[in-house]
Ligand binder design. Structure first.
Ligand SMILES: NC(=O)c1ccc[n+]([C@@H]2O[C@H](COP(=O)([O-])OP(=O)(O)OC[C@H]3O[C@@H](n4cnc5c(N)ncnc54)[C@H](OP(=O)(O)O)[C@@H]3O)[C@@H](O)[C@H]2O)c1
Length: 306
């Protein structure tokens, strides 16, 4: 049996984020939007995550216009010692295929941080990602949303000086954008990346050399139809069968093994999936399995998320 201990209190082992030790497997809260009418289920899922050692939760005010932040505020207390990472750079746009539109201007970034402070019910957000739109599937900036990253970094740094933000991360950013931001002190980068979507190896290498956490979003390929799913990959399914675990666990175990700077935030609205994802840190990929998975080619999306 390849999965050894499903309830380790440090799922995935110990990683570092913003000067704090965190479990390498955290939780991405975006899928909690689906529990809009089941707040009790959202609370139960978040409590189970904390109980199993999750101490890094990714969120955004724009996930359900404060809904997901509210779930976190109500379910997770300061005593739980959870590092909450949020993001600014977009705002809700209900009804679209992606229920978001960009909000990139400096005054919009500031308004976004204020909204996060309010809906999370905190005086400082530990880490805030500046969510650009330079890379990855989905939104692209145009018109007044095309903002120079230096202007955005200036307002992020000002909010850090004011104590509203503990540390700054970047999301959907290019290598050049990350390089320009380095003097400011960047603690994490969050781009789309998984076993089947690996165009950012150079960015991961730069993060590794700068001791910046690499926190891929869509680690399983997302919930969006048409995006390549890690769990559909034949080599992943074969490895899961051989090792006696699930394809999702193989995808997450590969990410953990791929580089020590990787921190995971898989998203789920299902407690059983949460428990399985946290147990992925105990899946042992031997060298042969790793070589087979490393050889899986990148898969293109057969849908546009524009
Ligand atoms: N920076 C950005 O721009 C950005 C963009 C998107 C997302 N994010 C963050 O990244 C996090 C992760 O991304 P994501 O949630 O979009 O995608 P993901 O983690 O790649 O995949 C989530 C999908 O996988 C399913 N799933 C999860 N665990 C599973 C398991 N053990 N077995 C089978 N299916 C499983 C989920 O369904 P169930 O709910 O049924 O389990 C859901 O459909 C988000 O939650 C969010 O916090 C950031």
């Amino acid at each position: 049996m390849a999965v050894m201990n499903s309830s380790s209190l440090t799922p995935g082992g110990v990683g570092a984020l913003a000067g704090r030790a965190v479990s390498r497997i955290g939780y991405g809260a975006m899928q909690l939007e689906r529990l809009r009418d089941e707040p009790g289920a959202a609370t139960a899922l978040l409590r189970r995550a904390v109980e199993l050692g999750v101490n890094h939760i990714d969120t955004a005010h724009f996930y359900g216009d404060g809904l997901v932040n509210g779930f976190i505020r109500d379910a997770v207390s300061e005593d739980d010692g959870v590092l909450i990472v949020s993001k600014v750079g977009a705002e809700p746009a209900p009804g679209g295929r992606i229920p978001l539109r960009l909000a990139q201007r400096p005054e919009q970034l500031r308004a976004g941080v204020e909204q996060n402070l309010r809906t999370l019910g905190v005086e400082r957000v530990a880490v805030v990602n500046l969510r650009r739109a330079d890379k990855g599937p989905g939104l692209r900036a145009e018109g007044d949303q095309l903002v120079d990253i230096d202007d955005q970094l200036a307002v992020m740094a000002a909010m850090r000086d004011e104590g509203k933000i503990g540390a700054i991360g970047l999301s959907c950013v290019t290598l050049d954008g990350l390089r320009r931001a380095l003097p400011l002190g960047i603690v994490c980068v969050q781009n789309a990346y998984s076993l089947v979507s690996r165009s950012d190896e150079d960015m991961l290498a730069l993060c590794a050399s700068e001791k910046i956490a690499w926190v891929p979003y869509f680690p399983l390929g997302s919930a969006f139809e048409g995006m390549p799913k890690v769990t559909d990959e034949p080599a992943v399914r074969a490895a899961a069968q051989t090792l006696g675990c699930t394809p999702a666990q193989i995808g997450l175990a590969w990410l953990l093994r791929h580089a020590p700077e990787v921190l995971l935030i898989p998203g789920t609205a299902d407690v059983a999936h949460l428990e399985a994802n946290l147990a992925a840190g105990s899946v042992m990929l031997d060298d042969a399995a790793l070589a087979t998975l490393d050889a899986v080619p990148a898969r293109a999306a057969n849908v546009s998320l524009e």
